[in-house]
Design a protein around this ligand. Structure first.
Ligand code: ACO
Length: 332
């Protein structure tokens, strides 16, 4: 069974409630119908009821079975504003400001997740990554044990012997521009958890660098060796090793020369990049040159799952991200 089919099956086995704050938008409405038809999740559309129904009629789709909530008229709005004020008053939030902010669908959706009125949120068809992540970072915050929210791409490389028959996770390719050693350790652990929960993989995590096991010395390498040490200390149950060059991480022959005693080298299926420049360039190289499918970015490390869409997404992409978010919510 293909990976996304497995994720769909898992999502269906225990339906989660997922909020779509861009509820008046065309692709979200089309996705909503598909999700409900396939019994993938329970859906909350945030938006004006008339506008949602008008768009659904125009598209010839049904949103029957979805809950539609309008922050302008909902009886939840005032309570969410009070909670938002309590959560953010030390950061300058006032009650008046909170009443205004909470009517923004992204903040309203985030408050639903925070206060357990929804299990997860998916957005970003018409908002930037920053617009979506900011309310989540401010309100939902990180999961216990995670020091940062980060992201992973599941890379499906056709006809490849690397990773688990061409299946690998790459991180962080979308969120943290320049993580500290502590943050890099947290990213490694979060990605190992994502590999287990979404891909049923036994993670073998390589902490990537331009050096292998001390072959070069530089402050950039030192960050990776410190992160490796910290990650190993925090989670001795996970196979993590570094610092490793990319070839030593995934090619057996190179690993046997450069890192013969490593439990990860030559077999890595989770690749942790030292910063966002390397990670973002790295996943795009593999996507383009190896014609790999890049599933993501999947956000990880939030106390409850919030996932981003690309602005060029299709309704089918939204359905798949809702399935991923549901499985993440089940595991939390
Ligand atoms: N994990 C946990 N908390 C975080 C994180 C993080 N990674 N980043 C910021 N925060 C918290 C801060 O501590 C702060 O909390 P507080 O207000 O309670 O003190 C809050 O979030 C806001 O912090 P800012 O520094 O103001 O964050 P900002 O909103 O400026 O930026 C963002 C956060 C949007 C994630 C930023 O790091 C960013 O733009 N990253 C790059 C995104 C990007 O452009 N990616 C590439 C494109 S995506 C692609 O190609 C697939």
């Amino acid at each position: 069974m293909k990976l996304m089919e497995q994720i769909w099956e898992k999502a269906k086995s225990n339906k989660m409630k997922i909020v779509l704050p861009e509820g008046e938008e065309e692709r979200n409405i089309k996705a909503c119908e598909m999700i409900i038809k396939n019994e993938l999740a329970n859906i909350v559309l945030v938006g004006n009821k008339e506008k949602v129904h008008e768009m659904a009629n125009k598209l010839g789709v049904s949103v029957e079975g979805a809950e539609i909530i309008d922050p302008e008229t909902s009886d939840k709005t005032e309570g969410y504003a009070k909670e938002l004020y309590e959560l953010r008053k030390s950061k300058g939030m006032t009650i008046e400001k909170a009443l205004k902010v909470v009517k923004d669908p992204l903040y309203f959706g985030t408050m639903m997740v925070k206060l357990n009125d929804a299990d997860g949120m998916v957005s970003g068809a018409i908002h930037t990554t920053g617009d979506l992540l900011r309310p989540g970072l401010q309100i939902v915050k990180t999961a216990p044990g995670a020091s940062v929210v980060s992201s992973a791409f599941i890379m499906v490389v056709p006809d490849s012997v690397y990773g688990q028959d061409g299946l690998l996770l790459f991180s962080d390719c979308a969120v943290n521009p320049n993580p500290t050693a502590e943050e890099l350790a947290s990213i490694a652990i979060s990605t190992a958890e994502t590999a287990k929960s979404l891909c049923n993989m036994e993670p073998k995590v390589a902490m990537l660098s331009f050096s292998t096991m001390g072959s070069a010395s530089h402050e950039l390498v030192e960050k990776v060796t410190t992160a490796t040490k910290l990650a190993k200390e925090m989670r001795p149950d996970i196979k993590i090793d570094g610092e490793l060059q990319l070839d030593a991480a995934i090619v057996d022959k190179v690993a046997s020369l450069k890192a013969p005693n490593s439990p990860v080298a030559g077999k890595a299926n989770v690749l942790i990049f030292p910063d966002l420049q390397a990670g973002n360039i790295g996943y795009k190289l593999v996507q383009r040159f190896a014609k790999a499918e890049a599933i993501g970015p999947i956000t990880q490390g939030f106390a409850k799952p919030i996932n981003d869409l690309s602005r060029g997404c299709s309704p089918e992409d939204i359905v798949n991200v809702v399935a991923v978010t549901s499985v993440q919510a089940q595991n939390q």
